[in-house]
Write a protein that binds this ligand. Structure first.
Ligand code: 1HN
Length: 345
């Protein structure tokens, strides 16, 4: 394993002398931080079944009032990182959040970027930067760094969504903090309406929007239709996938994490190559067997799993008669910006 010597090979008093002045030798640790050929991830392939989460989340609704919790969330923790680390992967945090009818999760903003993927329930909304975004199953709603956001619920049933944040990375950078705010006044302009047509952007008096985040809500019916159209149009394509992008720039919707939706054709098996970033898979509709290295998870609707980086993943649609739709989040934007992105076949 370690052919560069162990710390125990050195005289103890020499090691102690170094430590007193905050010095340590590199060579005993060199293979650990630079393993041969590929990283040794802490991230473990892990699945979180919605059937396990939901009753525990509803119990949290009974035990802890929203006024006390601010955000009523159960964190989907990766045991490879330790459950108290609140990490699904090196850069991704996942949580399932519950909002009950009439509840209000107060306005705040923070440095980590977040998105919400709505899992079930109607009638809730989140207000982001003054835009009131209705929440329906499968919708993706952004709350990018620094934007005010709060959640409300005018409906009659519990609403649950999956939060994905780049919190572990921003926290690691010692750049994570929040500010509480007031209830936001609602602005009339809604990015999801302004950018509803693909390839068409609003240009009042020939001016494009200069907003960093012009579109905050990506309705599921639009994403689903886009996937079905793409699948119809491109019978030659194995991988029917869309990326959620900033419609003004075409870049990833957020700076650190990437968000995608994938359609598996009836009965399809799709092999994704090993790529450097970790990836999260969440079934919006249908059911999929997800094979990550030697582990297999059977995902049904609202189930979630994650894969470590540098690991091939095979997805299989368990339904022979209908497509399966999967939401994915990964660390690609981060890896690409840092120049460490890799695909290995
Ligand atoms: C947060 O602000 C929300 O606004 C959800 O709903 C989960 C996890 C960690 C830090 C901030 C929210 C969060 C969070």
């Amino acid at each position: 394993m370690n052919d560069l010597g162990r710390i125990e090979d050195l005289p103890a008093d020499y090691v102690e002398e170094m430590r007193k002045v905050n010095l340590v030798p590199l060579w005993p640790s060199l293979r650990g931080v630079l393993p041969p050929l590929k990283p040794k991830p802490q991230t473990r392939a892990t699945m979180w079944a919605y059937a396990d989460i939901k009753p525990l989340l509803l119990k949290a609704g009974e035990l802890t009032p929203i006024e006390k919790a601010e955000r009523r969330v159960l964190v989907l923790a990766n045991p490879g990182h330790g459950l108290d680390k609140m990490q699904a992967s090196p850069a991704m945090y996942l949580g399932m959040q519950l909002l009950l009818p009439g509840e209000w999760a107060p306005s705040h903003r923070h440095t980590p970027n977040a998105v919400r993927m709505i899992v079930e329930g109607e009638g809730a909304y989140t207000t982001v930067d003054g835009e009131k975004c209705p929440m329906s199953r499968g919708d993706l709603i952004l709350t990018p760094t620094g934007l005010w956001h709060e959640h409300g619920h005018d409906g009659t049933d519990a609403v649950v969504w999956l939060d994905v944040l780049d919190l572990p990375l921003v926290y690691y950078m010692e750049a994570s903090y929040h500010i509480n705010g007031e209830r936001q006044p609602i602005k009339p302009d809604r990015g999801d309406r302004a950018y509803a047509g693909g390839g068409m952007v609003p240009t009042p008096i020939f001016e494009r929007s200069h907003k960093a985040y012009p579109m905050l809500r990506y309705p599921w019916d639009e994403a689903r239709s886009a996937l079905l159209r793409l699948g119809q149009d491109r019978q030659d394509l194995d991988c029917i996938q869309i990326t959620y992008v900033n419609p003004e720039t075409g870049n990833d919707a957020e700076n650190i994490l990437g968000f995608y939706a994938l359609m598996l054709r009836p009965g399809q098996t799709l092999r994704l190559p090993a790529r450097s970033p970790s990836c999260v898979f969440h079934v919006i509709e249908g059911g999929a067997d997800v094979k990550i290295d030697e582990q297999s998870f059977a995902l049904t609707e609202a189930d979630t799993c994650c894969s470590p980086g540098y690991t091939p993943v095979t997805l299989h649609n368990r339904h022979a008669d209908k497509p399966t739709f999967v939401f994915m989040a990964d660390e690609s934007p981060l890896h690409r910006k840092l120049g460490v992105y890799e695909v290995r076949n």
